[in-house]
Design a protein around this ligand. Structure first.
Ligand code: 26Q
Length: 824
């Protein structure tokens, strides 16, 4: 097996076997005879944890003794998925564990399936944070990830009669063996109440916040194991609890039961992850979550700093970098001001200098409706002191900085103000982030350009040096080595065993792209992965698919801008042609979808329904002789992606140009030898620049085309009226051919015509069809396809998250890494 072990950890199979049995008996409290699979898995984790915690201690010792500068990655989401295979591979004991379990009569793969995904994120942004943790640990940079210990992650999706149903995801109902509670690092966070202005005898004024409640933050640590044990870093997630003092008054008044109710209200804060859903924006609980975890994290950072610096903040900005993952933790900016000024007694100017040195902000979206804004009245209720601080920051910014540059220009001030005026005054979190951050970055070249030019044009005139780009990346440990052992073995032979650390070295495969033997080897690996996925599809969807067919995959959150319905229109187009000409032969194709829709996003849910009912019809239509299959795989999540991506032939990356900030599955697919069918958007542009446009299928309008068409006035009817094929498939949605619930499908047609087709699906339809046809033709030419697949996989060096982290380190965080030796 390519996930090979080095014996540095000196665990041989017999020792490992003894340890698992020991933990089964002495940690889990069962025996080999009656242990369930879950119990065996827990014993396996306990065994791994022996190695992990020792390595963690070594890491923390090195960092403490060297008083290192560290980055603190604040993110409302960490989409970690499962940890077992990755941790065993990183510890170089995967094969040892596999053999040990085998001798005990147990299949390691089955055990690993026992683990519930840690789905503490919505999608790309959360998974990016998880890949970054993996790279930080692997590159041994001093770092901590801070987030929320949600009791329920992103909802579990069930499909009933083609429709999405949301179920709670209680990922740690029976405990999670990877996490450790750290009671010694509990924090208390104030909230609510009012601000009192005190005037001292000398006339100076002081602001005193009298909060209404205190919330306890309990930290749970999840160790993140760097590849080959380079270092072990920590993901620290905060759980909210009531404080002991919280409800004394109610309690003393005899309100024992009422007191329990108040407790429940506080526990609600970390109960559930919000699905990425614009209708949910502006909810009080969401701001409370953001403030709660930001404040706990800052207090934790200050506590650790003061252990060695004793409240002398002169070195703070030298030791601390804080990265804000989108605007979700931006409340940390006024919170750090408040902690320094109100609680530590530092002057405003000194505190502002510190704040503007430590924070940096990553933007992940250009969609105006996704930019976070909070009503001022919510701030007044929850965070009255923070609101005052925001006003002060804003006042100084407008009257010193903006006034100096654009004297007397009120329009500029209105636009750049942190406060949006209007019937409901709002706090613009992105403006606050830009004003306080040392660096602001987008997540792919084109996105960073649009952040500068379209999103923050005035800010980038004001502070051109603050804006930069860090193109996203993904960890090759999870997304190649662990999920595609066949491919990993090939790279071990061709590129040497260090390719997971130096992904550029995979380029060693490129000279073999036309070698028939290597082509066969590469495509055999792909075929085996497709056979395995076909079995999974049979199990989950009850649909039989042929692994020789072209596997065309679109897996991502359901959004109009990602245009799953463009893909669906093409499927209808193919189906229609097959029905019209029963003798027609096409390249057999399986269209595979996975997507969750935000619970209140009706059109997105209708698109899921449409994929399911149209798929059902097609899959059971004997007339098309199995040339076309459409499957919707329920409950798309990290662990499912790990099964789907290694088996994909085509990677659908078809967002309207200018809307997908980067995309990251596009990178994972390419690494695993899929060809991209995509628009010139996000990181697609950089991916095809590396892998060759000729080895992928680029179609549709560019960002410039989109801007020009919008400027001259886009009318979807023009495309509908002038393209027969397009009109036929759009009209097909408004018929009773597929379902009784005609309305659900007709709503898609409606949005594309009367709704104005906001993401220009109809404008790109013809070009999409042509690109797909090119893909089908190339798939029929096995050698040409193998060449392209190899060129993609072997050219993804740039998209290792190690490269992204090195970019952050050199351009933003300025960290040094340290070799972790066994010292204590
Ligand atoms: C906001 C308010 C209320 C509730 C939820 C949210 C919310 C939650 C999550 C808003 C946005 C998100 C997630 C956004 C996201 O995943 N963006 C993606 O980030 C990736 C990593 O940079 C990019 O590759 C994708 O292009 C981008 O869409």
């Amino acid at each position: 097996d390519a996930r090979a072990d080095k014996n540095s950890l000196k665990l041989d199979v017999n020792v490992f076997k003894e340890k698992i049995v020991h933990h089964l008996r002495c940690t889990i409290g069962t025996s080999e005879k009656k242990a369930s699979k879950l119990a065996w898995w827990q014993a396996l984790v306990a065994t791994a944890n022996e190695l992990i915690f020792d390595r963690l201690t070594q890491t923390q010792y090195t960092h403490a003794t060297k008083d290192t500068r560290a980055v603190h990655y604040l993110s409302a989401e960490f989409l970690m998925g499962r940890l077992t295979v990755n941790n065993l591979v990183s510890l170089e004991v995967y094969n040892t564990a596999k053999s040990a379990l085998q001798e005990l009569g147990i299949d390691i793969n089955e055990l690993c399936e026992e683990e519930t995904d840690m789905a503490l994120g919505n999608g790309g942004l959360g998974r990016l944070a998880a890949c970054f943790m993996d790279s930080l640990a692997t590159l041994a940079y001093p770092s901590v990830g801070y987030g929320i210990h949600y009791e329920n992650g992103l909802f579990r999706q069930e499909i009933r009669e083609g429709r999405q149903i949301e179920r709670p995801d209680s990922w740690r109902e029976y405990g999670c063996p990877w996490e450790v509670c750290r009671p010694e690092s509990v924090q208390e966070v104030p909230i609510g109440g009012f601000v009192e202005t005190q005037t001292a005898p000398d006339g100076s004024i002081r602001k005193v916040w009298h909060p209404e409640h205190m919330i306890k933050g309990v930290p749970w640590d999840i160790p993140v194991v760097g590849f080959r044990g380079a270092s072990v870093t920590i993901l620290r997630l905060w759980e909210s609890r009531p404080t002991e003092s919280f409800n004394w008054d109610v309690f003393n008044a005899g309100g024992y039961v009422d007191a329990q109710n108040e407790k429940a209200a506080v526990e609600t804060i970390s109960k559930v992850l919000y699905p990425n859903d614009s209708t949910e924006a502006g909810k009080m609980l969401r701001l409370t979550q953001q403030y709660f975890f930001s404040s706990c994290s800052l207090r934790d950072i200050l506590r650790r700093y003061n252990r060695t610096h004793f409240h002398d903040y002169g070195e703070f900005a030298k030791k601390i970098a804080i990265q804000l993952n989108d605007t979700h933790p931006v409340i940390a900016i006024p919170e750090l001001m408040r902690l320094l000024v109100d609680e530590e007694g530092i002057s405003w100017d000194a505190a502002w200098e510190i704040v503007t040195e430590v924070f940096s902000y990553t933007n992940h979206t250009l969609l105006p409706e996704a930019l976070e804004k909070w009503p001022v009245y919510i701030f007044e209720k929850l965070l009255p002191r923070h609101l005052e601080i925001i006003y002060e920051i804003n006042y100084r910014f407008l009257n010193e900085v903006v006034e100096a540059k654009w004297s007397g220009d009120d329009e500029k001030k209105r636009k750049l103000s942190i406060i949006e005026e209007g019937p409901c005054k709002m706090v613009r979190m992105a403006n606050l982030a830009v004003i306080a951050s040392r660096k602001i970055n987008g997540v792919a070249e084109i996105h960073s350009k649009l952040v500068r030019e379209n999103l923050f044009p005035e800010f980038s005139t004001l502070w051109p040096d603050r804006f930069c780009n860090v193109t996203n990346g993904v960890t090759p440990r999870r997304w190649m080595l662990a999920c595609n052992p066949g491919l990993a073995e090939l790279y071990n032979e061709i590129a040497g065993k260090d390719w997971p650390l130096h992904l550029d070295s995979c380029a060693a495969l490129r000279p073999y792209a036309d070698d028939p033997q290597i082509q066969k080897r590469f495509m055999d690996i792909k075929f085996k992965n497709k056979v395995a996925l076909a079995a999974e599809i049979k199990k989950l969807c009850g649909v039989e698919v042929d692994p020789h067919a072209m596997f065309d995959v679109q897996i991502k959150r359901l959004h109009e801008y990602k245009r799953q319905h463009l893909n669906l229109l093409y499927i209808l187009h193919l189906y229609r042609k097959l029905l019209a000409d029963p003798a027609m032969r096409i390249v057999p194709q399986v269209f595979i979808f996975g997507a969750k829709a935000a619970p209140a996003y009706t059109l997105a849910k209708n698109i899921i329904y449409a994929i399911n009912v149209i798929g059902d019809k097609i899959n059971n239509d004997y007339r098309i002789r199995n040339q076309l299959k459409v499957v919707f795989m329920p409950n798309y999540r990290v662990s499912l992606a790990e099964k789907i991506i290694p088996a994909a032939d085509i990677s659908e990356q078809i967002s309207t140009a200018g809307y997908e900030a980067s995309g990251t599955s596009n990178m994972k697919f390419s690494m695993n030898g899929a060809l991209t069918l995509g628009t010139m958007d996000g990181a697609n542009i950089e991916i095809v620049a590396e892998a060759g446009v000729e080895n992928n299928f680029i179609f549709g309008m560019s960002v410039k085309d989109v801007q020009e068409l919008k400027a001259k006035g886009y009318n979807p009817w023009d495309f509908y009226n002038s393209n027969q094929d397009l009109r036929a498939v759009v009209d097909w949605l408004d018929s009773d051919f597929f379902t009784e619930d005609r309305q659900a499908l007709a709503s898609i047609k409606h949005s594309l015509l009367e709704g104005g087709d906001p993401y220009m699906v109809l404008a790109d339809f013809a070009s999409y069809c042509a690109a797909h046809k090119r893909a089908e033709e190339m798939y029929a030419d096995k050698a040409r396809w193998a060449h392209a697949a190899i060129m993609n996989s072997a050219s993804m060096g740039k998209f290792s998250s190690d490269r992204s982290i090195e970019d952050y380190v050199h351009n933003i965080w300025k960290l040094k890494n340290y070799e972790i030796k066994d010292e204590i």
